[in-house]
Design a protein around this ligand. Structure first.
Ligand SMILES: [Zn+2]
Length: 155
């Protein structure tokens, strides 16, 4: 289960709309909790975003992949706020909020992968996914909205 407050949800949606028709992408920084009553899947809370799109100039439309530099930069940003790198988000311009085959081939187990669908510039569905340990498929991860939460970590 991924806990995501309204402000961060809106931020991801806004990034998706801003970068349309290109994909937006970034890292999810937060706290990873123990698997409790969620059927063995982790319960983690996103506390801050680390956008990656503005660090790139290629801006491909359907090619979300994370580089080693991205991981290091996101981990540094997380550490500054006392957080962990818990996942990644990206947008699907004019495509459903489901992971593509390309996404699966470039994903890693453990991380949460949030996808927001942006249709004709309007952000729509938002989903989250966890890659199976054998990397054969994604499993849907529930997103739980937290109300309010005005606290924001600076990067
Ligand atoms: Zn994708």
């Amino acid at each position: 289960m991924l806990l995501l407050n309204e402000a961060l949800t809106n931020e991801i949606r806004a990034h998706g709309a801003r970068d349309y028709p290109n994909e937006t992408c970034g890292a999810l920084l937060g706290l990873d909790g123990p698997a409790g009553d969620t059927g063995g899947s982790p319960r983690r809370e996103v506390r801050a975003l680390f956008p990656l799109t503005n660090r790139r100039d290629d801006s491909p439309r359907n090619r979300f992949s994370v580089t080693a530099d991205d991981v290091r930069a996101a981990e540094r940003a997380a550490a500054v706020g006392g957080l962990e790198l818990v996942g990644w988000y990206h947008s699907h311009p004019d495509h459903p909020a489901r992971p593509s085959e390309y996404d699966r081939e470039h994903a890693w187990p453990w991380y949460s992968y949030v996808i927001v669908s942006v249709a004709a510039g309007e952000p729509r569905d938002m989903t989250s996914w966890l890659l199976a340990d054998d990397r054969s498929q994604f499993h849907s991860e529930e997103i739980a909205s937290l109300p309010g939460a005005t606290a924001r970590h600076s990067q």
